[in-house]
Design a protein around this ligand. Structure first.
Ligand SMILES: *Cc1c(COP(=O)(O)O)cnc(C)c1O
Length: 464
């Protein structure tokens, strides 16, 4: 029997062992430090022993790898990880991962995977409806927000000039450019590079002093570009900036894009989950008029990593952007087969993770999940304000940017001290030209006592 394909009873035995080992490891992680272990315990040199000349047993490798993982990563699943938006994954999405890996369906075409393709389309329709996008909105699951934003740019370029399909950037009478704020996610630079229009095509628009794109500056930039022979192709507003959780004035941005007939995209990679909450969703008003939106399932919806969504109210542009005919494929169904409406070809059943989680919790369960993080973020803010800290961002999302009281240690040293203590994970960043501590509630399992520990450790590290 090949070790790559053990018999069924052997698989079950190992699988059961693994289930228990991972559950126990997770329990230990929750009790331990948030940061990766210091170098001595990381033992990266152990890898040198793997020259892959002699086989080893899976049974000896699995405990080893679980143990290495416990020490070798920042524990983003930890309830006191208040960092970049990597959530503790929901259990239904973890279950989905096992099912996906087991059946390993090919989602390139609806012909090969009729049920999964329809299930994903069903979830996309539900998200579109909840976000208020028009009937007939199309979309698909991606590996993350960057892929979804890349898809938006390709649609925008295809929409701006049919010639882009065959001639690329040369189809345009001048250099194509697009607009996003200087607080936006800088994956846009890589995206412009990949799309072949170059990083200079990204016009970073000034913010209003509170981290939101300034619409007057946007309108001015578009006029200046047009006067100079550049070709505006897209406005990409951000609903939930990665740093400070600010929401650009969506309706104004979309209105300006419309006035010039250019594509308007809303990057709601993180903030999009607010659609679940009656209390929180009003801050996304205007999103329903966008040509396309990005929402990551692996951010606030807390699926396991590698799950984003792209939605567009212009399905014909999406099909025009990704259509291709290859005889060996079992079908070529515009609007049905994911390989002719998206960046990927071979495709994993990513959407099952969002489906199982949403079906388990319902919108009301996700509303609670989102609102809970908002309440905990308020606790962080109130706790620190009471200790003389200053609140720097007025975000409608669960992220708090704060400045320590005057005379304290500087922000970078405070952040370093908290990380070294292992008590919590936060970051130091810059918001509107000021150095701030950034604490973002990402775990659906963080509790009020975790917040108290965070506030205490920040206070202690500030030395005030
Ligand atoms: C995280 C994030 C991205 C990038 O998405 P990935 O899933 O990391 O590829 C883009 N935009 C915003 C606003 C984000 O928060």
């Amino acid at each position: 029997m090949s070790p790559l394909f053990p018999a069924a009873d052997e698989r079950m035995r190992i699988d059961n062992w693994l289930t228990i080992a991972l559950t126990r490891a997770n329990e230990r992680v929750y009790q331990g430090p948030v940061a990766a272990s210091p170098d001595a315990r990381l033992r990266l040199d152990d890898l040198a022993a793997f020259d892959f000349s002699a086989p080893r047993t899976l049974e000896s490798l699995l405990p080893w790898i679980v143990e290495r993982m416990e020490h070798g990563v920042v524990h983003v699943n930890h309830p006191r990880y208040f960092g970049l938006f990597n959530p503790a994954p929901t259990f239904p999405s973890q279950c989905a991962d096992r099912i996906i890996s087991s059946f390993n369906p090919q989602l390139a075409t609806a012909t090969t995977s009729p049920f999964p393709v329809e299930l994903e389309a069903h979830v996309i329709r539900a998200i579109a409806e909840r976000a208020g996008l028009p009937r007939g909105t199309a979309g698909h699951f991606t590996n993350g927000g960057s892929e979804a934003n890349f898809t938006a740019l390709i649609c925008a370029l295809t929409h701006a000039d049919d010639g882009f399909a065959s001639r690329g950037a040369r189809a345009f009478a001048g250099p194509p450019v697009f607009y996003t704020s200087r607080e936006a996610h800088l994956a846009w630079l890589k995206i412009a590079h990949q799309a072949g229009i170059g990083r200079d095509a990204v016009q970073l628009i000034d913010t209003d002093g509170c981290g939101r794109m300034d619409p007057a500056a946007l309108a001015r930039a578009i006029s200046v570009d047009m006067a100079n022979g550049r070709i505006p192709v897209m406005v990409a507003a951000t609903a939930g900036t990665t740093g400070a959780g600010m929401i650009d004035p969506l309706s104004d941005c979309i209105e300006i894009a419309r006035r010039h007939g250019i594509w308007c995209h809303v990057d709601a990679a993180w903030g999009g989950a607010l659609i679940a909450s009656e209390r929180g969703r009003h801050v996304l008003a205007g999103i329903e008029a966008a040509d396309s939106i990005t929402i990551d399932a692996h951010k606030w919806f807390a699926t396991t990593m590698g799950c984003g969504m792209f939605l567009t109210a212009q399905p014909s542009v999406l099909s025009a952007a990704f259509q291709v005919v290859m005889d060996c494929m079992p079908s070529n169904l515009a609007g049905r087969d994911p390989y002719v409406t998206s960046v990927q070809w071979s495709r994993r059943f990513n959407g099952l993770r969002m489906f199982l989680a949403l079906a388990t919790a319902g919108w009301s369960g996700y509303a609670k999940h989102v609102e809970r993080s908002l309440d905990l973020a308020d606790l962080i803010k109130d706790g620190l304000l009471a200790l003389g800290w200053k609140h720097a961002n007025r975000s409608p999302m669960a992220v708090v940017c704060v400045e320590p009281p005057p005379g304290c240690a500087d922000v970078r040293s405070i952040a370093r001290a908290v990380l070294e203590s292992g008590a919590a994970w936060i970051s130091a960043t810059e918001f509107e030209g000021r150095e701030v501590i950034r604490a973002c509630v990402t775990s659906g399992e963080a509790s009020e006592s975790d917040i108290a520990m965070l506030v205490d450790s920040l206070h202690a590290a500030s030395g005030s």
